[in-house]
Design a protein around this ligand. Sequence first.
Ligand SMILES: Cc1ncc(COP(=O)(O)O)c(C=O)c1O
Length: 269
Amino acid sequence: MKLIDFPRVLLAHLPTPLEHMPRLSKHLGGPDIYVKRDDCTGLATGGNKTRKLEFSMGEALQQGADTIITVGAVQSNHVRQTAAAACKLGMKCEVLLEHRVADPSDTYANSGNVFLDRIFGANLREYAGGSDFDAAIAEVEEEIRVAGGTPYIIPGGASNPVGALGYVNCGIELLQQLRDQNLSIDHVVTATGSAGTHAGLAVGLRGSGSDIPIWELASMHRKTYRKSASTNSPAKQQTWWVRRAASPERTSSPIATISGPVTVSRLSR
Ligand SMILES: Cc1ncc(COP(=O)(O)O)c(C=O)c1O
């Protein structure tokens, strides 16, 4: 099956620029650095979720859904972008927000992404950290069906095989830019949380015949990730599917620690 065969709704500003950072390279005394500007993907301020949501929302529309259900932390970027996508497409959005921060300030609880979620008309339901989100989502799903709606569930980070297609597309886009600009790059480094970005890039690059090694910068410590994946994922099998798909040959332990909880792992060729 080709990427073009999957249902998709255009939400992102693509292709994002591949920007040269000569002064950063010089400052670091390091390699020549280019940044794939996925902070510029658009929708509601950009970020990696826009690409994923093109495919998640595409499938939701294809299935005739009128209500999106998703989950994330109180200040989740994924939730903000999903609420924006639902708003843009005229769909309802039910959000299960997990309180992961002890004693949050009023600012944390009400500003930033939460504020935007509300502007986009999402219905926010709040849950204690560590709640059983598989059960909670099943309840919300049932509630919507009983009321005559048609729900579609997007897991945390839109990290399932459908959402990861957005980064298969990014991998293909990146290779095209390298050809157009006559550039050769030795390494790709990506941020990782729920791993859909990394998984999609791995498929996009390898499926196009590229063996550029992919490194990931984990936005949470692996132990924390495991803990949260086992407690807060609405579709944890899918999340783990993505993580395994991304990491068939991953080194078993982080090979470098940058600072605090951030670790770097390499996906071997
Ligand atoms: C801006 C941004 N970049 C990257 C990531 C990691 O993406 P993924 O959840 O697909 O691993 C996240 C989420 O954790 C994010 O919010």
